[in-house]
Design a protein around this ligand. Structure first.
Ligand code: HEM
Length: 391
C-alpha cells in the first residue's frame, strides 16, 4: 500500500502552475494504482487511478454511491453532492434498485434519437450566442459569452426553465461546485434552487409546456418532491460540466486546428480533460478487494477518472491530444449504472459548438498567453474561470 500525506490543499491536488491531470496521478498509478490518503476533513480515503480498477469500483455492488453510509468521503458532500434527505430525487446518490426507477423514467429523454431531434434548437442557441459575440465587438470572454451560456440555454430549454433565470441558477450552481464554499453557503444555494424549482413545477402543473418537466409531471411516476430534485440534478449537471469541456476544448483546438470539424476530436477532448474527475465518489459497504488492495467496509473511495483516462496501458501516449486514437473506452462519463445520462446530449452540443464557432469566427485567437489562463483550482470540476479571446 502507498500512503500520501494529508492533502495540503482542498483535495484535488491541483496546484497553480501545474499541468492537469496532476503529475501525482501518474506517480500513484506507477506505484500501486490505489493510494491511501487523508482528506482535509481528516477522513481516510482510497484514490483509485488505474483504468481497470476505476471500472471495477464503479460496477461492484458492494460499493455504494449513497452519502448516508458511514465513511462516505466528505469532500463529495462538500463538493455539492446532497443526500436524499436534503434533496429527494438526487438519484446519482442512490444505489440499485432505488436508482433504477429514476433512470428508467429519464432514459427515453436522452436517447441518441431524442437528442438528434434537439439539433436544430441547439444550433439556434449556438448561432444566437455567436451573433451576440460578433455584435459586441472583436473581443470577449469565451467562457461567459459562449462555453457556459450554450449548455445553460440548452438544458433550460429542455427542462422548460425560463432563460431569464439563467443568472440565478448559474450563480447558485457555482456555489455548489466550488470546493471552498462553506456548508452554510452550499445549503443556502441548494435550498434556493429547490424552492425555485418547486415553484416552477406548480406553474407547469397549471400550464404545461413542451418540456421535460411537464412531461414528467404528466407521466406521474415521480412524486413532486422527487421531480424537483431530479430537475435540480439535471439543471446543475447539464451546464457546468459541458461548459468546462467546451472552454478547454476551444483552447486545444486553437493549437490543433487540423482537428476542427472532425467529430473524433469531441471524444478525445472528453478523455483528455476528464473534467468530472471528482464527481463519482463512493464508499465500500462490505470488505472488497480492488487491484489487489483490501478496502474495508466504511472506507471512502474516489475513482479518479482523469487518472484512468491517462492510463498508458489503455491509451498510448495518454498525455497527447490525438483524436485519431480510439478514445471510446474512456471513463470521463463514469461507468456502470450511473454512467452519465446526458452523454449523447454532450456530444451533440460540443460538436455543434466547435463546428459553428470556428466556421463563423475563423480568426478566433487567445487574447492572453496560454500560461495566463485562470484555471479552476478550487472547483469540483476542472476548467477555466474565463477565456479572453479576440478575432
Ligand atoms: C452522471 C460526467 C454532462 C446528467 C455523470 C457521471 C459523470 C458525468 C462522471 C457519473 C457520476 C457517478 O458515477 O457518480 C459528465 C461530463 C459531462 C456531463 C464530463 C460533460 C462534459 C451532463 C449533462 C447532463 C448530465 C449535459 C444532463 C443533461 C447527468 C446525470 C447523471 C450524470 C443525471 C447521474 C446519472 C445516474 O446516476 O444514473 N456525469 N456529465 N451530465 N450526469 Fe453527466
Amino acid at each position: 500500500m502507498t500512503t500520501v500525506d494529508k492533502c495540503p490543499v482542498a483535495f484535488p491536488l491541483r496546484q497553480p502552475g501545474q499541468s492537469f491531470p496532476p503529475p501525482q496521478y501518474l506517480q500513484f498509478r506507477k506505484q500501486q494504482g490505489l493510494v491511501s490518503t487523508t482528506l482535509p476533513s481528516g477522513e481516510h480515503v482510497w484514490l483509485v487511478t488505474r483504468h481497470e480498477d476505476v471500472r471495477e469500483v464503479l460496477t461492484d455492488p458492494r460499493i455504494s454511491s449513497n452519502p448516508s453510509h458511514p465513511g462516505f468521503p466528505r469532500a463529495a458532500k462538500t463538493g455539492g453532492v446532497p443526500s436524499q434527505d436534503e434533496v429527494p430525487g438526487w438519484f446519482v446518490a442512490l444505489d440499485p434498485p432505488e436508482h433504477g426507477r429514476f433512470r428508467k423514467t429519464l432514459i427515453p429523454e436522452f436517447t441518441v434519437r431524442k437528442v438528434r431531434e434537439m439539433r436544430p434548437a441547439i444550433q439556434q442557441i449556438v448561432d444566437e450566442r455567436i451573433d451576440a459575440m460578433l455584435a459586441a465587438g472583436n473581443t470577449g470572454d469565451l467562457i461567459a459569452d459562449f462555453a457556459l451560456s450554450v449548455p445553460s440555454l440548452v438544458i433550460s430549454t429542455l427542462l422548460g426553465v425560463p432563460h431569464a433565470d439563467r443568472d440565478f441558477f448559474e450563480t447558485k450552481t457555482r456555489v455548489l461546485v466550488t470546493l471552498t464554499s462553506t456548508d452554510e453557503q452550499r445549503q443556502a444555494a441548494s435550498k434556493a434552487l429547490l424552492r425555485y424549482l418547486n415553484r416552477l413545477i406548480v406553474i407547469k402543473q397549471k400550464r404545461p409546456g413542451d418540456d421535460l418537466i411537464s412531461r414528467l409531471l404528466a407521466d406521474g411516476t415521480l412524486g413532486k418532491q422527487e421531480l424537483s430534485g431530479v430537475s435540480m440534478l439535471l439543471l446543475i449537471a447539464g451546464h457546468e460540466t459541458t461548459a468546462n469541456n467546451i472552454g478547454l476544448g476551444v483552447v486545444t483546438l486553437l493549437s490543433h486546428p487540423q482537428w476542427i470539424g472532425d467529430e473524433r476530436a469531441v471524444e478525445e477532448l472528453l478523455r483528455y480533460y476528464s473534467v468530472a474527475d471528482l464527481v463519482a465518489f463512493r464508499v465500500a459497504v462490505e470488505d472488497v478487494e480492488i487491484g489487489g488492495q483490501l478496502i474495508r467496509a466504511g472506507e471512502g473511495i474516489i475513482p479518479l477518472v482523469a487518472a484512468a483516462n491517462h492510463d498508458g496501458t489503455v491509451f498510448e501516449r495518454p498525455d497527447e491530444f490525438d483524436p485519431s486514437r480510439s478514445a471510446r473506452s474512456h471513463v470521463a462519463f463514469g461507468y456502470g449504472v450511473h454512467q452519465c445520462l446526458g452523454q449523447n446530449l454532450v456530444r451533440v452540443e460540443m460538436d455543434i459548438a466547435y463546428r459553428t464557432l470556428f466556421e463563423r469566427i475563423p480568426t478566433l485567437e487567445l487574447a492572453v498567453p496560454m500560461t495566463e489562463l485562470p484555471i479552476k483550482y478550487d472547483g469540483v470540476l476542472y476548467g477555466l474561470h474565463s477565456l479572453p479571446v479576440r478575432w
